[in-house]
Ligand binder design. Structure first.
Ligand SMILES: C[S@@+](CC[C@H](N)C(=O)[O-])C[C@H]1O[C@@H](n2cnc3c(N)ncnc32)[C@H](O)[C@@H]1O
Length: 239
């Protein structure tokens, strides 16, 4: 299993406030609660509890029927989204890591949501280009952060007008503000690509957006107008 992103240990808000958000808000029960506890004990990367409570509040307001997730891991957030909505919702979720895929399948069975979930196995870049324009009401992008730039054009195209795209971990423990010269070499690619992505989307006239300081920063975008962002797509089919 992958280890939780090192940035999860560098909260973007005061640590005591973060702990309060995690422990004082409504906890999960049943299989979903067990999966959350299992993942947190092993530091398997799943959304933190403050984002869990936010999704449980947000999704019933938005009432999406078709959801796309990029980055399934062990199926926790997919299960959370299904269980926050009515039984006719459907989540398509993409994962490339075979260990995660195996665990996610077990967990979908455990949560009894197999009929609500389609798990697409493999590289997100390959699946995203196959998905239909305007076919999804809500997208949760929670995969490799350096790829957000490349995946965004497809996600925006796939999203219905009025739909919401939620993108996790955009603040990188606050280091997103650092100068390139201050960033360790191993994180420089993520740092540059995330900054290039945020430079394009944060002030774009075609949609409304807001970064909420939950976890490592959750960016929310509502699609207002159709825009072709295909100029952002990699030219080398890189994944
Ligand atoms: C942070 S975890 C997802 C956590 C999950 N959304 C949750 O909260 O329960 C990110 C996952 O994205 C997957 N991933 C990263 N890049 C990917 C790509 N290019 N294609 C498919 N999956 C990818 C990783 O293997 C990892 O399991």
């Amino acid at each position: 299993m992958n280890k939780r992103n090192e940035m999860m240990d560098r909260p973007v808000i005061d640590k005591e406030v973060r702990d309060y958000l995690r422990t004082s808000q409504k906890q999960l029960s049943g299989a979903l609660g067990e999966i959350e506890a299992w993942a947190n004990e092993r530091r398997v990367p799943i959304i933190p509890h403050e984002t869990v409570t936010f999704f449980r509040w947000l999704l019933p307001i938005l009432e999406p029927k078709e959801i796309l997730e990029v980055g399934t891991a062990i199926g926790f957030s997919a299960g959370l989204m299904v269980q926050s909505l009515s039984s006719d919702c459907h989540v398509t979720t993409i994962e490339r890591n075979p260990d995660m895929i195996e665990k996610a399948k077990i967990n979908f069975k455990k949560m009894n949501i197999e009929n609500n979930v389609t798990l697409l196995e493999g590289q997100a870049s390959e699946w995203l280009e196959k998905l239909e324009d305007g076919s999804v009401d809500f997208i949760f992008m929670d995969s490799a952060k350096a790829k957000y730039y490349d995946f965004f054009p497809h996600c925006y195209r796939i999203l219905k007008q009025g739909g919401v795209l939620a993108i996790d971990d955009v603040l990188q423990g606050g280091t997103i503000l650092d100068e390139d010269s201050e960033v360790p070499k191993r994180r420089l690619k993520i740092h540059r690509k995330l900054n290039a992505f945020l430079d394009i989307v944060l002030d774009h006239p075609a949609f409304d957006s807001s970064i909420v300081p939950l976890g490592d920063g959750l960016l929310l975008i509502t699609k207002r107008e159709k825009v072709d962002f295909s100029y952002m797509l990699p030219t080398d089919c890189g994944q």
